[in-house]
Design a protein around this ligand. Structure first.
Ligand code: MRU
Ligand code: ZN
Length: 211
């Protein structure tokens, strides 16, 4: 990690702190079963506007410091040989859209995968106390829409589909048959929102089973 800090325009501890938080986030997501196999990706925005993001292809519950690399705001690795997450552009898009975003999380839970494959372009959450974890929500009575976008292996094209909806998003979004993207001002907030959203998706799945 020391070599990475040579030209950094921020305090020496910031990158190491981000790496530690990303490793811990991966472990937490893994405990819930949200990052099976090599699924999921995790990033933090650093003070100079570059990102610390997971390397492509590793298990996100078993990350070490080498599993995290740096990319610029457009997603290009600072070390050209590094291969960042295949979905790096979705992270860059969130940071470009929301100057307050400090961390982005992507997981592949059973609930987000199954519910999004049931059809429709949104999942509506209403009546749940836990939906207050999302930005601007102060009552269970509100209606929180989580958009669902069709999966696409062309991530730049997927970004263009997601872009017009970002302003209205309160709880992140779901890619059909794939997983969720959630973010927050810092890693703690992003993790709380992910946990809240996944709890609500699990509730929805359970309710549909009961019908
Ligand atoms: C298990 S395949 C999952 C990938 O295709 C992708 O969706 C994913 O979440 C992880 O890709 P990665 O390039 O490791 O960030
Ligand atoms: Zn994915």
């Amino acid at each position: 990690m020391d070599g990475m800090m040579d030209k950094a325009a921020f305090p020496a501890g910031a990158y190491c702190d981000a790496v530690a938080r990303i490793i811990a986030a991966g472990q937490r997501m893994d405990r819930f079963g949200w990052v099976p196999a090599t699924a999921g990706n995790i990033s933090i925005r650093l003070p100079d506007g570059t990102l610390a993001i997971t390397r492509s292809g590793g298990h996100k519950g078993l990350l070490g410091p080498q599993g995290v690399i740096r990319v610029d705001a457009a997603g290009a690795p600072l070390l050209p040989a590094d291969r960042p997450s295949a979905e790096t552009l979705l992270h860059c898009q969130v940071y470009a859209h929301d100057p307050a975003a400090g961390a982005v999380l992507h997981g592949h839970s059973v609930a987000s995968t199954v519910l999004s494959m049931a059809g429709g372009n949104e999942l509506v959450l209403e009546g749940y106390e836990v939906q207050k974890v999302f930005a601007g929500q102060d009552t269970h009575a509100a209606r929180v829409s989580v958009p669902i976008f069709d999966n696409d292996q062309d991530i730049a094209r997927l970004c263009r589909v997601v872009a017009p909806h970002l302003d209205a998003m309160r709880a992140g979004y779901i890619i059909r048959g794939h997983g969720v993207y959630v973010w927050g001002a810092d890693m703690d907030v992003a993790l709380a929102r992910l946990e809240g959203l996944e709890f609500l998706l699990a509730c929805e799945l359970e309710r549909r089973r009961m019908r």
